[in-house]
Design a protein around this ligand. Structure first.
Ligand code: NOJ
Length: 536
């Protein structure tokens, strides 16, 4: 039987490196910490780990400001530690995906130091420098994603440089061939070491309008929104030239076997799917963040699934993301009761699922008192709720001090609930949320209909979303109740005995009345081989 590529059948798990496991008591997670915890990931059943940036960095944006692409920041360890992690992960069949941050470097990167040193420096055009407008104004009206102008004036050479994020994150000039070559060498450096792929940071922002035209005002902007929303990103994002660039990155990966390119892209489906590239030679997986933004209701999610499926190019492999280090956690968005349905949804949809560390423990919005605040975006725009700290807090391993994350002082506070909400307490309780994730992953792996099969939405009436997954003669149906009250299932093909899993993990059969309880989801196996392979 032909095996689908690992990144199609597999499950990706994002680790925010600073918060997974500290091994040297400095209060910050590190590579040896991750290596010590691989058993847990194997137990959970995920196939690939994407690790947030671990490269030398002044940490103005916690690693997304890189001062050397080809080394490890001492806070995370050394290249030797990285190699040991990679080797140990591979020994267990786990893939390692690194974060690739091509849009900008740190202002402390030697390339930028050279670039800013004089207008005639050989690296001047590695970054985007422009004269200001008369009256001491920046070259155009672009706004940084973290508020304020996207331009900073450098008095030494009397020009402005562009930074889509902090002024400590100058944008590279991807129109420059030397930049492209240097950055492709970075990919090769890690591919040669054996990494299995990359998640490309802000892939849709990489290249800008050649004339750097002003963006138009956003007519729907409200003062309560982040400043970046004041203008429509017409000229600083999603430019036509981006696709050729991504195809070039992909070509670098394709010189190696079985590596994967994932793009971080926040765009509507119609634009997102263009990132699969011509003849699918772009990103293998342009991240689909729609579940993060959707109104959590049966009808909306049904529409989303159908719109996405319709938008996909022929052969383009879908993917779904429930959370990441920039977004409120899923349990904070949908509530604890629906978090179980969210798990079932993510792990039964068609397409590669990406989980975010700690979502499987039910971590929600962890309160971070102002004196502990870290996120530079929230410091620039206080009071409008953009802080990403509450979704980046340390993982909760045990009920011991600091949840076993560190014996030092954790860089962000933990949720006080860690004394009970931790891996040690929950892992072997099959009714727990991690227990449910573990079971769902097991079932997804056992059924090709779930891992690689087709998908069809059946209905989304009366708060219940019902869809089918099928592969050959195998057929499964998933029904999720988005209401807090019970709902009768009205799908003729379902029978009480075909149920194999409820999100509450406390029943293995449905009563003959075919009712889902409030907030309950269930999987039914309708194929001839039936429950034999799936029993709870
Ligand atoms: C997207 C990353 O996910 C986010 O954490 C970071 O702040 C920006 N890109 C800038 O690199």
């Amino acid at each position: 039987m032909l095996q689908e590529a690992w990144w199609k059948r597999g499950i990706i798990y994002e680790i925010y490196a600073r918060s997974f496991q500290d091994s040297n008591d400095d209060g910050i997670g590190d590579l040896n910490g991750i290596r010590e915890r691989l058993d847990y990931l194997t137990w959970l059943g995920v196939d690939a780990v994407w690790i947030s940036p671990i490269f030398p960095s002044p940490m103005a944006d916690f690693g997304y400001d890189i001062s050397n692409y080809c080394d490890i920041d001492p806070v995370f360890g050394t290249l030797t530690d990285f190699d040991a992690l990679l080797q140990e992960a591979h020994r267990r069949g786990l893939k390692i995906i690194l974060d690739y941050v091509p849009n900008h470097t740190s202002d402390e990167h030697p390339w930028f130091a050279e670039s800013r040193s004089s207008r005639n420096n050989a690296k001047r055009h590695w970054y985007i420098w422009r004269d200001g407008k008369p009256g001491g104004l920046p070259p155009n009206n672009w706004v940084s994603q973290f508020a304020g102008s996207a331009w900073t004036f450098d008095p030494d050479t009397n020009q402005y440089y562009l930074h889509s994020f902090l002024s400590k994150q100058p944008d590279l000039n991807w129109r420059n061939r030397e930049v492209r070559e240097a950055m492709f060498q970075v990919l090769r450096f890690w591919l040669d070491r054996g990494v299995d792929g990359f998640r490309v940071d802000v892939a849709w922002l990489l290249i800008k309008d050649a004339a750097l035209r002003d963006n138009p005002l956003n007519p729907d902007f409200r003062a309560t929104q982040p400043a970046i929303n004041r203008y429509l990103s017409l000229y600083n994002a999603d430019q036509p030239e981006i696709h050729d660039l991504i195809a070039q990155m992909r070509a670098v990966l394709d010189a190696y076997s079985d590596r994967i390119l994932i793009g971080e892209i926040y765009l509507p489906f119609s634009r997102l799917v263009t990132y699969y590239g011509q003849n699918l030679m772009g990103a293998h997986l342009p991240f689909n963040f729609a579940l993060i933004h959707v109104a959590w209701r049966a009808q909306e999610i049904a529409t989303l699934i159908m719109d996405y499926e319709k938008a996909l190019p022929p052969g383009g492999w879908p993917n779904w993301v429930l959370g990441n280090h920039d977004q409120p956690r899923v349990a904070a968005r949908v509530g604890a009761a629906q978090a179980r349905n969210a798990a079932m949804l993510l792990l039964t949809l068609r397409g590669t699922p990406t989980m975010y560390y700690g979502d499987e423990l039910g971590l929600a919005r962890v309160s971070v008192p102002p004196e502990f605040a870290k996120d530079p975006w929230a410091k620039n725009e206080p009071g409008i709720g953009v802080s990403r700290d509450p979704c980046r807090t340390p993982f909760q391993w045990t009920g011991a001090a600091n949840a076993g994350f560190t014996t030092g002082r954790p860089w962000l506070p933990l949720d006080p609930d860690y004394r009970t909400q931790n891996v040690e307490c929950l892992q072997h309780d099959r009714h727990s949320l991690p227990g449910l994730y573990h079971r769902l992953i097991e079932i997804r792996k056992r059924h090709r209909a779930l891992s690689i099969g087709d998908a069809r939405v059946i209905s989304a009436d009366d708060d219940v979303l019902i869809y089918e997954r099928s592969h050959g003669s195998e057929k499964l149906v998933i029904a999720l109740n988005f209401a807090p009250e019970s709902r009768r299932l009205s799908a003729p093909q379902l029978t009480a005995s075909s149920m194999v899993l409820s999100t509450s993990m406390d029943r293995e059969e449905m009563a003959s009345d075919l009712k889902l309880r409030g907030n309950e989801g269930a999987i039914f196996v309708l194929s001839p081989q039936g429950r034999s392979g799936a029993g709870a």
